[in-house]
Design a protein around this ligand. Structure first.
Ligand code: FAD
Length: 347
């Protein structure tokens, strides 16, 4: 009986906390946890009233260490940071991450595993769900109860409420635009939370399937990231050429904005695919969204209709974009943009 008394038996509250525990799969860049992952932490606060939220960061080198320090002190809902440090985790590959998530889940048995609906989050949650035998709930925009979620369907034209009744873990991706980071979460001076290392001794390269990391191609730009920018200026097919898009880039520079594009503009080769906003592109919800020569097809609206203020410039007074615009100007964009460039002060 003494042996029993000495054994550390978890208290009821510890058991409840463990039962309700939530893992957030976090992305990091330049030594900081990405804002979209902090939005996933905000969302985790809705399912996890015990505030027992663990953030998992993986990678290697100094930028991982900086991101770990950031994660440990940047958000009051984070109760622990788990770190998986290995060269093989330096680049985000779905197979490697799925193995990592499996390893962490086997040890800690989380009730919820959450990520933002970025290409990162979508890749890993769907791959991991395969190994757990559960279905992911994707693109969550509202958490009504811990297992009752609202998500858009039909390119954002309807909202569907779904109840998750599958086994643990309940895996989901959330739309970061629907879970803004609360201002207090930016206070980096709060007390740091515990940091633990994931035991990767059983992790070897043979377990990682067939994909290999080759390289990353990205455009260096001073402009803000499209997904997080407060102002977005978007051009459509009406811009007519890659050269004319430079007009929009100049405007973006003056406004400190990110540049977006419609699929028609991307397909015509005016700008790279990563600038596409819409159902099959990025989902944005900036404070100000300015659309130049954009018709307002439903697939485009699916990616920007939650913007706070929408401004549309279009030659056609019947263009559907005017139905969602707060301010509309029936005019030729080739008159409007040069005039704006002339009248706006230098940054
Ligand atoms: P258009 O529809 O050709 O509109 C051009 C507009 O510019 C017109 O309204 C015209 O009046 C105006 N205009 C012309 N000249 C001027 C001028 N000089 N000054 C001012 N206005 C002018 N689209 C997306 O954007 N994002 C997506 O993610 C996406 N996903 C899709 C997924 C699927 C499965 C499908 C089928 C389609 C998808 N599309 C998407 C395509 C979408 O249906 C539209 O074809 C596209 O958004 C149209 O782009 P646009 O508005 O640039 O071109």
């Amino acid at each position: 009986s003494r042996a029993l008394r000495n054994r550390s038996v978890p208290s009821f509250s510890t058991l409840v906390a463990r039962f309700m525990s939530t893992l957030v799969l976090a992305e990091h860049e330049g030594g900081l946890v990405k804002p979209s992952s902090l939005s996933a932490v905000e969302a985790a606060g809705f399912v996890n009233k015990e505030k027992s939220i663990t953030v998992l960061l993986a990678g290697s080198g100094p930028s991982l260490q900086e991101a770990v320090s950031h994660a440990a002190s940047c958000h009051p809902l984070i109760s622990q940071v788990l770190v998986a440090e290995a060269d093989i985790l330096k680049h985000p590959l779905a197979e490697t991450w799925a193995k990592l998530i499996q390893l962490v889940q086997q040890k800690d048995g989380y009730s919820y595993i959450m990520a933002s609906s970025s290409s990162f989050g979508k890749k890993y949650t769907s791959k991991s769900c395969g190994s757990f035998g559960c279905s992911p709930v994707t693109d969550v925009v509202e958490i009504s109860e811990p297992r009752l979620f609202v998500r858009p369907i039909y390119a954002g034209n309807a909202l569907s409420t779904v109840r998750y009744t599958g086994p643990d873990p309940c895996m989901m991706t959330i739309r970061s635009t629907s879970f803004p980071i609360s201002s207090f979460s930016k206070d980096t001076n709060s007390d740091a939370v515990p940091i633990s290392q994931v035991d990767l001794s059983t992790f070897n390269e043979e377990t990682f399937g067939k994909s290999r990391w080759l390289n990353l191609t990205s455009q260096d730009s001073e402009r803000p990231d499209l997904g997080n920018a407060r102002v977005v200026v978007t051009g459509g097919r009406a811009l007519k050429s890659a050269d004319n898009f430079k007009l929009l880039e100049k405007l973006a520079e003056k406004l400190g904005a990110a540049v977006g594009a419609t699929r028609a503009a991307v397909d015509a080769g005016f700008v790279p695919n990563e600038l596409q906003v819409g159902q099959t592109g990025k989902i944005v919800a900036p404070d100000l969204y300015m659309a130049f020569g954009v018709s307002g097809a439903i697939q485009h609206l699916a990616g920007m209709r939650d913007s706070k203020v929408i401004v549309a410039v279009n030659k056609d007074p019947d263009a559907p974009i005017f139905q969602v615009a707060d301010y509309g100007l029936v005019a030729d964009l080739f008159d409007v943009i040069p005039e704006m460039l002339e009248k706006l002060p230098e940054k």
